[in-house]
Design a protein around this ligand. Structure first.
Ligand SMILES: Cc1cc2nc3c(=O)[nH]c(=O)nc-3n(C[C@H](O)[C@H](O)[C@H](O)COP(=O)(O)O)c2cc1C
Length: 344
């Protein structure tokens, strides 16, 4: 399944700017597996990035359509709560954003045309016919899951591998139902739970700061470990400068899960925006994301107003190249578990 990896490290797709083709190339060329982030990009940008990857192994990631769609009335209350923010930046109160599926269908067509080695999904389960089509095209398909129940459903739907995302993960929770309380089961326990009922390869994600963290997850039955936050401060990442600074200079001291920025639970550094608006936030991705986006755009590079996504291992972030990060993990993991990549 992951024979291409010389070290069992997968770079997490990070939509919204951080994942660049250079980052994906650097990780894959260093012996890990890079994933392009299809989320938020236009189909044209998505296709262009795939073409740029050449013939090296890599994966693409797509947001599955939301199963829970918020009504306008749900979003309206939060829009009222955000009025002081609109006023502060001199922007008009935005009209209620429409629900979109992030061009899901066109992105699947592009994946089918270009046939990357891997395709992963987050935010839910695509229809089984889509998984079948991708698999028939020779693409290995993974689904992000956050509970044992979701893992069972993903396996039933035809996933080739599961990404188990634990509560320490930076960015959005990939939970299938955005309106549910996010699962708090620690990642090693989640691995044990899923391993006891599934033989599928498992990729563990969430809160990995050090090679020791990764080794612990491999010992709990993961075939590979997916890392996001550590790559945010790599040279190749397209992370916003205030986000980088917040991670590297310790502008904030802790991470929390919040719906304040997007309506879907996500973990990030606890900043002023979260402190002011978390209590009023509602379920409602992607409409809330678009609405808050108007404030973020007006606020520019001020970390107080940006979503500073970060997992619980964020304090290990350093300025370094992506290859150095992969090597740091490889040296430790390949020494401790010489057969780890081979077993995958
Ligand atoms: C900035 C950021 C953006 C993310 N975007 C995506 C995404 O587009 N698709 C996805 O499947 N996961 C996304 N994630 C979640 C990661 O796949 C992964 O679960 C997480 O980064 C692992 O935890 P860690 O950040 O503590 O390493 C994102 C994470 C971060 C930090």
């Amino acid at each position: 399944m992951f024979e291409v990896l010389t070290t069992p490290i997968v770079q997490a797709p990070m939509a919204g700017g951080p994942t660049t083709p250079s980052l994906v190339k650097a990780v894959s060329d260093a012996g890990g597996l890079g994933f392009l982030a299809g989320g938020y990009s236009s189909p044209q940008q998505f296709e262009q990035q795939i073409i740029e990857m050449g013939d090296r192994p890599f994966g693409v990631n797509v947001f599955a359509p939301e199963s829970h769609r918020a009504e306008d009335t749900d979003i309206e209350g939060y829009r009222k709560a955000l009025v002081p923010a609109f006023t502060q930046f001199g922007i008009d109160t935005p009209t209620l954003p429409r629900f979109t599926d992030d061009a899901f269908g066109p992105k699947i067509d592009i994946a089918l045309r270009h046939r990357p080695a891997y395709c992963s999904f987050t935010f839910g389960l695509p229809e089984p016919r889509i998984l079948s089509a991708l698999k028939s095209a020779g693409i290995v398909v993974g689904i992000t899951t956050t509970t044992r129940h979701e893992a069972v459903e993903a396996e039933r739907c035809g996933a080739d591998f599961l990404i188990l995302q634990g509560p320490g993960a930076g960015g959005h929770s990939g939970q299938f139902d955005q309106s549910a309380e996010p699962n708090g089961t620690p990642l090693p326990d989640l691995l044990d739970e899923v391993r006891s009922s599934s033989a599928l390869p498992l990729v563990a994600a969430g809160g990995v700061g050090t090679p020791g963290d990764a080794a612990g997850l491999l010992e709990h039955g993961a075939q590979a470990v997916q890392i996001g936050t550590r790559f945010l401060t790599s040279h190749e990442a397209g992370t916003k400068s205030c986000h980088r600074r917040a991670l590297l200079e310790g502008l904030y001291t802790e991470t929390v899960r919040t719906r304040a920025f997007s309506g879907r639970p996500a973990r990030g550094l606890r900043n002023e925006f979260i402190d002011r608006f978390d209590a009023d936030a509602v379920v409602g991705y992607p409409q809330v994301n678009a609405m808050v986006g108007t404030v973020k755009k007006a606020a520019g590079d001020d970390p107080a107003w940006q979503n500073l996504w970060a997992g619980t291992g964020w304090a290990e972030c350093r300025e370094q190249s992506a290859a150095e990060i992969v090597r740091e993990f490889a040296e430790h993991l390949n020494t401790r578990r010489p057969s780890a990549a081979g077993r995958a």
